[in-house]
Write a protein that binds this ligand. Structure first.
Ligand SMILES: O=P(O)(O)OC[C@H]1O[C@@H](O)[C@H](O)[C@@H](O)[C@@H]1O
Length: 306
């Protein structure tokens, strides 16, 4: 399948493809050691022939976003390291949300009245803007449909903007209330990070109030979080930067801006025997209190991964 995104092929193939793509220098000519990547935005067919967009920034980062669910499935750093994780049981046939990457839970983090994690990751978003440049950006838009109205009878516009470059991926969720009455929602960027679970350490949450959702037990974070069993916990009023050690000496700085107030950490542990050692979810969220948006009002929150 020639059109499959490079981020979805095996690492060895990717390295071979990168080698092939390198320009060959004329014998004896002096060439710079590093050739800057040509920044681009390419509309591609991803896995399952689903429409996707691949962004490449001038500093050599890449990202792939699917219009189904508006989910970012891949973010690679200039050294080729993949930051995100897509579960091996992910399906790309629209029968359920794509399990992994950087999806969003909206308009419900869950549990609650509608399906857990809301409907926004179950539906097609429209590609509404492409901004070329050394740090390229795309905007995807979601509007109400008969499907969403059956679950949540509100008028809204939601955009998800993805900007890539300077070693970072920025995802911004913006919500407009286009109806006549205020509405409330909860939500998150439910980010799956590629990680060696035995080496995971989440720092920056010390002193935050927490809720262990598995034990239904409130607490206060004492220090770095490491994983030695299933975790499904919310942390409230968290600082704007949380650091995630993913193993092999690598880490990701997870910065939040705007309306995200909380964080969620999740590892299914042996409930997902086939893959639990390879990822952890660290989510920017607004889940402690519902967010209220007045009629005609708007709300915005961003996550920056570096
Ligand atoms: O819907 P997904 O991607 O399988 O993730 C499910 C998990 O998502 C997490 O955000 C929740 O805290 C967990 O309770 C839940 O099990």
């Amino acid at each position: 399948m020639a059109s499959v995104s490079a981020s979805l092929v095996a690492p060895a193939q990717r390295i071979a493809a990168r080698r092939q793509a390198r320009p060959t220098a004329a014998r004896g000519a002096r060439t710079p050691l590093r050739v800057a990547a040509a920044a681009s935005i390419a509309e591609i067919k991803g896995t399952g022939d689903l429409p996707a967009v691949k962004l490449t920034s001038a500093d050599g980062c890449t990202a792939t976003a699917y219009l189904f669910g508006g989910v970012v499935t891949s973010f690679t750093k200039p050294d080729g390291r993949e930051v995100l994780y897509v579960r091996p049981d992910a399906v790309f046939d629209k029968s359920k949300p794509i399990s992994g990457g950087l999806p969003h839970c909206w308009p419900q983090f869950g549990p609650g009245d509608i399906q857990v994690h809301g409907f926004a990751r179950n539906v097609d978003w429209e590609l509404t803007k492409k901004t070329e440049g050394s740090n390229p950006s795309i905007e995807m838009t979601l509007l109400p449909s008969d499907y969403s109205k059956k679950m949540w009878d509100k008028d809204f516009k939601v955009t998800q903007t993805i900007t890539l470059g300077d070693g970072k991926l920025k995802a911004t969720l913006k919500v407009w209330n286009t109806g006549e009455e205020a509405f409330t929602f909860t939500g998150s960027f439910h980010t799956y990070f590629a990680a060696d679970i035995d080496e995971v350490a989440v720092t920056g949450l010390k002193g935050c109030k927490s809720l262990d959702r598995l034990k239904d037990e409130a607490g206060t974070v004492a220090g770095a979080l490491t994983m030695s069993g299933p975790v499904d916990s919310c942390y409230y009023d968290v600082p704007s930067v949380v650091n995630l050690a993913v193993g092999g000496g690598n880490s990701v700085a997870i910065e939040s801006q705007g309306g995200w107030t909380d964080a969620v950490v999740w590892t299914p542990w042996t409930d997902m025997e086939a893959c639990y050692k390879e990822f952890v979810c660290v989510e920017n969220a607004a889940c402690k209190e519902p967010v209220s948006v007045a009629a005609g009002g708007e709300w915005e929150a961003s996550t920056i991964l570096a």
